[in-house]
Ligand binder design. Structure first.
Ligand SMILES: NC(=O)c1ccc[n+]([C@@H]2O[C@H](COP(=O)([O-])OP(=O)(O)OC[C@H]3O[C@@H](n4cnc5c(N)ncnc54)[C@H](OP(=O)(O)O)[C@@H]3O)[C@@H](O)[C@H]2O)c1
Length: 287
């Protein structure tokens, strides 16, 4: 298969490139400086060059707080850029695999009552911040453009590359004796390696449509931090604090738990969050 990976220098893009090494597939990865998905001509030129069977879109505007100040740019990348890819996929007959987010949901107390086992794919999106709204717009643009697509909603993404909560905690644990960690947001950490493996599974099973892809089990950031330090060499004192203890531009959903029943019904089992965390800490500390 000829695979085109966009956003190939980001956290998930790099995990994909590593995963596909030696796979026998012809893999073409492009960072934002080589393929800007908001530029139709650049998208067309790369599609002509690669003629992909499969496009894995790891490119996105991901700065949740900054998006509040530059909504045009967030929508340009997460809606228009995705629309460009989707249109090119239709033209070139390629399948599009796209990543979206738990932040398309409001995370309200009412939703938590309706969906105590996490948001299923058919739940009604109602994003509460600009990033979430731009990602939802991207989902809709794919739905309108083509038929051969997979949209995988992931949450609290953590991998060996780039910046994420696990790496930040490991660094801060070395620098500080005491850390305040938010304890009023519940979600499922999702590990890049598991995302890549499960995505490949869905592609091989020729699945299309929406799938929620996160680890098994839900925790707060504080509980996740506790487990990180149980598994690492450092043990700073951890204080549970409310989200309001941190000044941030964007509101974040209190309930970010995705239900993975649909994924499991295909025979694919997401990793349990503690197992995924252990693997990731091993990946990071072995480097
Ligand atoms: N990180 C999370 O916690 C999280 C949670 C839920 C969902 N997701 C979703 O998961 C996917 C992967 O996220 P990630 O953590 O790997 O993000 P990431 O590390 O921020 O990587 C995103 C990549 O997209 C590139 N990019 C930005 N604008 C672009 C453009 N116009 N054209 C081409 N590339 C562009 C960035 O390049 P530059 O750095 O050069 O701009 C960056 O390398 C995204 O769809 C994200 O929305 C992430």
């Amino acid at each position: 298969m000829r695979l085109l990976i966009t956003g190939a220098k980001g956290q998930l893009g790099r995990e994909w490139l590593e995963f596909l090494k030696g796979s026998g597939h012809e893999v073409f990865g492009f960072g934002s400086s080589e393929l800007n998905i908001t530029d139709v001509e650049s998208v067309q030129a790369i599609f002509k060059q690669v003629n992909p069977d499969l496009v894995i879109n790891c490119a996105a505007y991901t700065n949740v707080d900054q998006a509040e100040d530059e909504p045009e740019l967030a929508f340009k990348v997460n809606e228009i850029g995705v629309m460009n890819l989707s249109a090119a996929c239709r033209e070139f007959g390629a399948k599009l695999v796209h990543y979206s987010t738990d932040y398309v949901f409001s995370g309200s107390a009412g939703d938590k009552e309706i969906y105590p086992n996490g948001y299923p794919e058919e739940a009604n999106p109602d994003p509460m911040n600009v990033y979430g709204k731009s990602k939802r717009a991207g989902e809709l643009s794919i739905e309108q453009q083509s038929s051969d697509w997979l949209i995988l909603r992931v949450s609290w993404l953590c991998g060996q590359h780039g910046n994420n909560f696990v790496k930040t905690m490991l660094r801060l644990g070395k620098e500080k004796p005491e850390l305040n960690v938010v304890d009023d947001q519940l979600g499922s950490p999702t590990f890049c390696l598991d995302v890549v493996e499960k995505t490949m599974g869905l592609i091989e099973k020729e699945k299309i449509g929406y799938y929620h892809l996160s680890s098994e089990g839900a925790v707060t950031w504080f509980q996740l931090a506790e487990k990180i330090f149980e598994m690492s060499d450092d043990s700073p004192r951890l204080n549970p604090v409310p989200s309001t203890a941190f000044a941030s531009k964007a509101k974040r959903p209190a309930y970010s738990y995705l239900n993975t029943h649909k994924l499991k019904s295909t025979g694919l089992q997401p990793v349990y969050w503690e197992t995924g965390l252990e693997k990731l800490i091993h990946q990071i500390t072995e480097k």
